[in-house]
Write a new protein. Structure first.
Length: 230
C-alpha cells in the first residue's frame, strides 16, 4: 500500500506513437523498487514478487490507438458498441449488459480495481477519437500478468486488438519482477488465439476445464493458452 501511495499523484504524459516514460515516472518506479527491496528484507522474497509494484501509465499511445483509463461517461459507447451484444461476449466470463447502468456499474468496478492495483483496464480508442471501441486489461498475478480484451464488431479484422496487446505485452515484460505475459481463450475462439500470436505470444497447449464462459455453458471450458516470457 505504501509503495502505491508514494506513486499516487505523480504526473504522467501521453507518449507519441510508442510507450515512453517521463522522468517523473522513472523516478517513481525507482522509488517503488527501493521500497520493494526494503519490504522484501522485512517480509521475505515472496512479498517482493507479489506484483504490487506494477504501475501502468494511465494513457498509452500506439501507432493508431490511444489506450486510456476508462471513464464513467464511456458507458453509452461501451454498452452500444459491444457490452450489450450476446454474440460479442459469447466467450467472455460475463453476461451481456442489460442496461447502460450495468455498464456504469462495471466501469465503477474497473476504476476501483485500477486504484487497488488489482487489474488495469484500458479503454481502446482510435487516435483522434475519444469514444472507446473496446477494452483491454492487464491482471497482475505475482511474477506474471494475464490479459483480457474485447473490441466492438464494427472494428474487427483491422489489427486493432493485436496492436493494443503487443504494446502491453512488451511493457509488461519490461517491468521488474514480471517474467511471463500470458492469456487464454475459449477453445472455440480462434480469432482470439490469432490476436495473441500476432502480439508475439506463443501457443502453449490446452488448459483443460480452465474457465467458465457462462454464455456458452455453466461448466468450465477447455481453453487455449498463449504466452511470451523472458
Ligand atoms: C477476438 C477479437 C478480440 C479480435 O479482435 P480484432 O481487432 O478483430 O483482432 P485483429 O484484427 O487484431 O486480429 C484478428 C485475427 O484473427 C483472424 N481471425 C478472425 N476470425 C478467425 C477465425 N474464425 N479463425 C481463425 N482466425 C480468425 C483474423 O483473420 C486476424 O488475423 P490476420 O490479421 O492474420 O488475418 C474480437 O473478435 C473480439 O473482441 N471478440 C469478442 C470478444 C472476445 O472473444 N475476446 C477475447 C476473449 S479471450
Amino acid at each position: 500500500m505504501l509503495g502505491r501511495a508514494l506513486l499516487a499523484d505523480k504526473p504522467f504524459v501521453r507518449a507519441a506513437s510508442r510507450v515512453q516514460f517521463t522522468h517523473d515516472v522513472a523516478a517513481a518506479q525507482a522509488q517503488t523498487v527501493r521500497f520493494s527491496l526494503a519490504a522484501a528484507r522485512a517480509f521475505g522474497e515472496e512479498w517482493r514478487m507479489s506484483g504490487t509494484t506494477l504501475t501502468p501509465q494511465p494513457v498509452i499511445c500506439t501507432e493508431r490507438l490511444v489506450l486510456r483509463r476508462p471513464r464513467l461517461d464511456d458507458a453509452q459507447a461501451i454498452f452500444e458498441g459491444y457490452a450489450s451484444r450476446a454474440d460479442v461476449v459469447r466467450y467472455l466470463r460475463w453476461r451481456p449488459h442489460e442496461s447502460v447502468e450495468d455498464t456504469r456499474q462495471f466501469l465503477r468496478f474497473v476504476g476501483a480495481a485500477w486504484d487497488r492495483g488489482d487489474e488495469f483496464s484500458y479503454a481502446i480508442c482510435l487516435a483522434q477519437e475519444d469514444a472507446p471501441i473496446g477494452m483491454i486489461g492487464i491482471h497482475p498475478a505475482g511474477t506474471r500478468v494475464v490479459f483480457g480484451y474485447v473490441i466492438g464488431p464494427s472494428h474487427w479484422g483491422q489489427g486493432y486488438t493485436a496492436e493494443a496487446l503487443s504494446v502491453l505485452v512488451e511493457w509488461s515484460l519490461a517491468q521488474e519482477g514480471i517474467w511471463r505475459a500470458g492469456a487464454y481463450c475459449d477453445i472455440e475462439n480462434p480469432a482470439s488465439g490469432r490476436v495473441m500470436e500476432k502480439a508475439g505470444m506463443t501457443y502453449e497447449g490446452i488448459l483443460k476445464r480452465w474457465s467458465v464462459h457462462p454464455n456458452v455453458a455453466q461448466e468450465p471450458r477447455d481453453c487455449l493458452s498463449y504466452s511470451k516470457v523472458r
